[in-house]
Design a binder for this molecule. Structure first.
Ligand code: MLT
Length: 271
């Protein structure tokens, strides 16, 4: 696995690539949660099955990827464009697209803008619905936190719900590790992500029209996007498979990487 940089005009897209330049392999693209970056996928990068190339990009404004300066006109479709732009540069025409939480919102945006690029879908710890009025009010509060204190403040506010109860009780290194991943992010990237999530459309009407193989994964102790949300998506997406990971919260891929990788790799092997 190496960190790569792709320059498109004045923009940079940073990404982790399990096997750079291997265009003969089938590609799986993983999209990170808020407010983390591509580094959150390291446990998956280390366990990629034979025949597959795993690409995890920093969505614009996160990690090593640049964002535009404007914070007024942003949408989830910007993140979808990051994926199509990067895959275009890499010569990848079609890929399995997986996203965790905000990464799932971006995967829905990609399904809307470039469905022909989506070979299969992985929706982890996410939801199809738009923000409720209460959710938007919370986002406005989070904008104030990021403006006042930067990503550290966001980490403090989100931490109790990002990590599941079992992980909090049994894995003392997880919280500092996640905090470190969040503190690496820039205030403007975090701010723009909040605005993008806040204005994202409802993707629920899309679910019944999804025809590609779909894997839905959720931590049993996820409080931010509870298992019931995943169950609803599984009922609506024809032929989809739901895996509930015990003893994991919202960051199921980090909290229970063995179980997450087993579900991911079994799904990829089935394609
Ligand atoms: C995430 O993990 O990406 C966020 O919790 C998603 C959200 O706030 O809606």
């Amino acid at each position: 696995m190496t960190r790569q940089y792709c320059h498109i005009g004045s923009r940079t897209i940073a990404y982790l690539d399990s096997t750079p330049g291997q265009t003969s392999l089938r590609a799986c693209v993983l999209l990170h949660a808020f407010p983390l970056g591509a580094n959150m996928w390291e446990p998956q990068m280390r366990a990629i099955p034979a025949g597959w190339r795993l690409i995890a990009l920093d969505l614009r404004g996160f990690g090593g990827s640049t964002d535009v300066d404007s914070v007024t006109a942003v949408g989830m479709e910007d993140y979808a464009a990051d994926v199509t732009d990067l895959l275009g540069e890499l010569g990848v025409k079609k890929a399995v697209i997986g996203g965790l939480s905000m990464g799932g919102y971006a995967a829905f945006a990609l399904l809307r803008s470039a469905p022909e690029m989506v070979e299969a879908l992985i929706l982890a710890d996410t939801r199809s619905g738009a923000d409720t009025p209460e959710g938007r009010a919370n986002r406005r509060g989070m904008l104030a936190v990021v403006d006042r204190e930067g990503p550290s403040g966001v980490a403090r506010e989100m931490m109790p719900k990002l990590i599941g109860r079992t992980t909090q009780e049994t894995n003392a290194s997880m919280e500092p590790n996640v905090r470190r991943l969040i503190k690496q992010q820039s205030p403007v990237g975090v701010r723009c992500a909040i605005l993008r999530m806040m204005h994202r459309p409802d993707s629920t009407p899309l679910l019944s029209s999804i025809t590609v193989p779909t894997l839905i994964i959720v931590g049993a102790e996820d409080e931010l996007t509870p298992a019931a949300e995943s169950q609803r998506m599984a009922e609506a997406i024809p032929g989809s498979k739901l895996v509930i990971i015990p003893d994991a919260g919202h960051l199921s891929n980090l909290e229970q990487p063995v179980a997450f990788n087993a579900a991911l790799n079994e799904f990829l092997a089935s394609l």
